[in-house]
Design a protein. Structure first.
Length: 429
């Protein structure tokens, strides 16, 4: 673990009041858990795990304070401000929290209030992420979301009024029965709320969910790829006009509003995932915890880390993940990550306007996650325009310190581009 790289702590809160029809996350409703697990017993177990985790890392010489903390779920706001304050204190007492850390919690609009946000701010939280999904009542009904259409915007304004500088709203697009007008209304509501970050995700019908069963029975139409692509372009154009720039394929922010915790994931960084079912990446090893809260609590009560399975990725697996995640980001990847044999593919995609190559000096960072615009003087190698890639089939000259990234148009094809690069590398081996 490089001591200069940011280290994150993710905490999973596995509780939801009800289960949405499209969701396949590791969450549990009160009816599913009964009296065997409560918020208080969960926090007791979480404190034990965090202590065990900090001790384990210290024994390996890997102990570091958290540069980011992200509380996700589930519905973390069901713990209330008091429970989240206790949760954050447990992270601080075990790992420690670095000065200037980003500390985020997800929240359901229905379980928040001005007093809730004031309590979070007092506890040390710096960022709030709210699940809006849509401003259209019939879309929320299809998704089986329980909040009213205007509540998410109201909650965002309450968080800003409490003093939060960074507030995110999530939206989902491509829901069956959704129209362009529904997406437009959602975007207008989001921008009108005054938030500095938006996450927009295309609906994925996950196997095992109620929505998947409805689609299979023909009760709902499946999302269509061409509709999803058109909606994505609509979202991007609207947010760009409102002053938000994409920095990852599904995320837009005003300058300085990028989510530093998620950037740790996208940059193949290091984080400890605490709580039932949480995933971690430490020193080249990935592992995840047992999923059920009761099983999780028993393990930590016995003094054991609740790890279910470990995996040490091969060099090729690490390379694949770095390309897949890195090419989803506006900043792209260093040119040296791409094998020489794959440069004909890079050149082809550059000529088609789907990839861009540019000198490192075209992209600098003023601060963590804050991007500088590329100077126009770089002409055909301007990151905003596509550009060429030096000589066909070769790496760019080392002195150019080039990077490779998808263009605005290339975002919709990022996964396919990565697949073609990997196939070209594999054929050359």
């Amino acid at each position: 673990m490089n001591q200069d790289d940011p280290f994150g702590v993710y905490v999973h809160v596995p509780f939801c009041a009800t289960r949405c029809g499209y969701c396949d996350f590791n969450t549990y409703t009160p009816g599913e858990l009964g009296s065997s697990a409560s918020p208080e017993s969960y926090l007791d177990a979480l404190e034990r795990e965090l202590d065990l985790a900090a001790q384990s890392l210290a024994q390996r010489g890997l102990a570091r304070p958290a540069h980011t903390v992200f509380v996700g779920g589930g519905t973390p706001s069901l713990l209330g401000a008091r429970g989240l304050t206790r949760l954050l204190a447990a992270v601080r007492d075990s790992f420690g929290i670095a000065r200037g850390a980003e500390i985020t919690t997800e929240s359901n609009p229905e379980s928040t209030s001005p007093e809730f946000f004031a309590g979070l701010l007092d506890a040390g939280f710096t960022r709030v992420s709210l699940g809006m999904q849509s401003a259209a009542p019939h879309v929320l009904a299809i998704l089986e979301r329980r909040h009213t259409p205007g509540r998410a915007v109201q909650a965002a304004r309450e968080a800003l009024a409490a003093g939060f500088e960074h507030v995110n709203l999530d939206m989902i697009y491509g829901t069956p029965t959704e129209t362009d007008a529904d997406v437009q209304a959602t975007l207008e509501a989001i921008v009108g709320a005054g938030v500095d970050h938006v996450s927009a995700y295309s609906l994925i019908v996950e196997e095992g969910t109620r929505m998947a069963r409805k689609v299979r029975r023909g009760e709902l139409p499946a999302p269509q790829d061409d509709v999803l692509a058109a909606r994505y372009e609509m979202i991007d154009a609207y947010l760009a006009a409102a002053g938000m720039e994409w920095y990852e394929v599904s995320n837009w922010a005003r300058p300085g509003g990028q989510c530093r915790h998620n950037e740790i994931y996208w940059r193949d960084g290091q984080w400890w995932g605490a709580g039932p079912g949480a995933h971690s990446h430490i020193a080249g090893e990935r592992f995840y915890h047992v999923k059920h809260p009761a099983t999780y609590a028993r393990a930590v009560a016995e003094g054991r880390l609740p790890i279910k399975e470990r995996e040490r990725l091969s060099a090729q697996e690490r390379h694949t993940e770095r390309l897949m995640l890195g090419l989803r980001m506006r900043r792209g990847v260093p040119a040296e990550w791409i094998a020489p044999q794959a440069w004909p593919v890079v050149e082809d995609y550059c000529q088609r306007g789907l990839l861009r190559c540019f000198p490192e000096k075209c992209f600098r960072e003023k601060a963590e996650g804050e991007e500088l615009a590329a100077p126009e003087a770089f002409g055909e190698d301007n990151p905003r325009e596509g550009g060429s890639c030096a000589q066909k089939g070769q790496r760019p000259p080392a002195e150019a310190a080039q990077r490779v990234a998808v263009t605005d148009a290339g975002r919709l094809f990022a996964d396919g581009i990565v697949a073609d690069l990997l196939v070209a590398e594999e054929r050359a081996r």
